[in-house]
Write a protein that binds this ligand. Structure first.
Ligand SMILES: Cc1cc2nc3c(=O)[nH]c(=O)nc-3n(C[C@H](O)[C@H](O)[C@H](O)COP(=O)(O)OP(=O)(O)OC[C@H]3O[C@@H](n4cnc5c(N)ncnc54)[C@H](O)[C@@H]3O)c2cc1C
Length: 447
């Protein structure tokens, strides 16, 4: 196939033609979740590129990026040390830049809503000693970061990053018989709806170096051109019409569909192994006794999580109900999305199950169940390429398939000009966007 003209835009939608500068290279970003949106913003800042952001839904950030409670993880729920320390670094950088979007920023740092509690269970898959070794490593690393650069002290003093609690501090609120140890951490939450809206506004309302946002635009095929560049084929999901777009660079931010496009380009073996995990999360109205309690995480195993979103809203997961399916293949849609009545039944089971850990949760009122996708490392032998449903407890076992590792950015350039942006956590989004930009700028100079 011959090299495409610099821009041969055929139009998934009508709007962007006027934004094209024919002398600039074109970047097509597949997927308008947080990963794609932040990449678009970072690339727009160069002022040297035509940028197309292609999203199959009617709105940006309506899939996994809309299901998250926005926990600013510090590494405490990972049993892999490298992953834990990476989390700490990325979150500290994230807070330095976007700390104003923290949920309870107007309250004191010691306020319960700005603390996260971790409960190590008696039947934890990782021993208390091993967990504490990781927690200590997190504390030491944070102290080192603050020692090097005092502006990194965004989580309070290093000594306060975690402390072991006395049982009387939590016995009223958790099912204490099952708990081996309670730990309070400096982990807090993002006001994600506010930051999400801010990012969308930045992407859609830039005056200079605009991003051409094309919603209802589903990419169905991709081909590499002989002389360089790519042709993307798409469908307008509203009108049903087909179209082609050619681009000098492609950023694949399509999350659960990443490997689908890799396969179309014949490069799957050159990329990191990851699996998609379909995950449900329930939103509840909290009973008044829980409204001011810190967020909680029960670790390490198939247990549960409660994120206190403030204003009496909680988001909860219960591992056996929450983890719906695991697959290494690439489903085109969120195939395991459930019907409304199935979601409701699942939500009720989540509330009931979480009540076994946090008894007062039984009076919570279910308002919503959302489904998204988590990607983790997981070697292919473990999940056998298939779509696994049923008992998925194995995904919590740190000895299996490298499941507890997310110690890499997820940004890769397996062939020139084609950049994968697997945004392994929400908080990786800005860090990844810089890596995506660096990869493109490096190539652009050679252009
Ligand atoms: C229940 C849940 C809880 C989470 N909690 C946290 C947390 O507390 N903290 C944290 O840091 N992270 C959390 N995460 C992880 C975080 O949400 C994800 O890492 C992040 O949202 C991934 O962003 P993304 O843009 O890569 O994916 P997405 O938001 O899924 O975006 C991918 C986009 O690509 C589009 N797309 C796919 N295929 C195509 C195609 N063929 N053509 C065009 N568009 C396409 C999709 O429509 C979608 O909009 C959580 C995730 C889930 C599911």
């Amino acid at each position: 196939m011959e090299k495409p003209r610099r821009v041969s835009y055929a139009g998934f939608a009508v709007q962007p033609r006027r934004n094209i500068d024919r002398l600039r290279p074109t970047v097509a970003i597949i997927g308008g979740g947080v990963g794609g949106c932040c990449s678009a913003l970072e690339l727009a800042r160069t002022g040297k590129l035509n940028i197309f952001l292609l999203e199959k839904n009617r709105e940006l950030m309506r899939e996994s990026s809309d299901a998250t409670p926005g926990r600013l993880g510090l590494g405490f729920h990972y049993s892999d040390k490298a992953t834990a320390l990476r989390f700490l670094h990325v979150t500290v950088d994230f807070i330095k830049r976007f700390g104003r979007f923290r949920q309870e920023i107007t309250r004191k740092q010691s306020h319960p809503l700005r603390r996260g509690r971790y409960f190590i269970m008696k039947n934890s898959l990782v021993s208390v000693q091993d967990i504490l070794k990781i927690y200590d490593a997190i504390k030491q690393e944070y102290a080192k970061m603050v020692g090097k650069d005092p502006t990194s002290e965004v989580l309070g003093p290093p000594d306060d990053i975690y402390r072991i609690m006395k049982s009387h501090e939590f016995e009223e609120n958790v099912h204490i018989e099952e708990v081996a140890m309670g730990i309070e951490t400096a982990e807090e939450l993002l006001d994600w709806p506010r930051l999400r809206e801010y990012i969308i506004n930045q992407v859609t309302e830039r005056k200079e170096n605009r991003v051409s946002v094309m919603t209802n635009s589903k990419v169905v095929a991709i081909t590499a051109c002989k002389g360089g560049g790519y042709i993307l084929e798409g469908l307008n999901t509203y009108h049903g019409c087909a179209a082609k777009i050619s681009a000098d660079f492609v950023v694949n931010s399509s999350w659960y569909n990443i490997s689908k496009f890799n396969q179309l380009l014949g490069i799957s073996s050159a990329c990191s192994k990851r699996c998609n995990r379909f995950k449900a999360i329930a939103t509840v109205q909290l009973p008044k006794e829980l409204i001011n309690l810190p967020s909680m995480f029960f670790c390490m195993g198939p247990f549960c999580m409660f994120s206190n979103k403030g204003n009496g809203i909680g988001m909860i997961t219960l591992a056996p109900e929450t983890n719906i399916a695991v697959t290494s293949s690439s489903p085109d849609e969120l195939e395991s999305d459930l019907h409304q009545d199935e979601k409701l039944a699942k939500g009720k089971r989540i509330v009931k199950g979480v009540s076994k850990f946090i008894p007062k949760m039984r009076d919570a009122k279910l308002t919503k169940v959302a489904i998204g996708v988590i990607q983790t490392f997981l070697d292919e032998d473990t999940i056998d390429h298939g779509f696994k449903i049923g008992n998925l407890d194995f995904i919590h076992d740190p000895t299996i398939g490298g499941i507890s590792k997310r110690n890499y950015s997820g940004v890769e350039e397996p062939i020139p000009g084609y950049i994968i942006n697997a945004c392994m956590k929400l908080i990786y989004c800005f860090d990844n966007a810089k890596l995506v930009k660096d990869a493109i700028v490096r190539r652009y100079r050679q252009f």
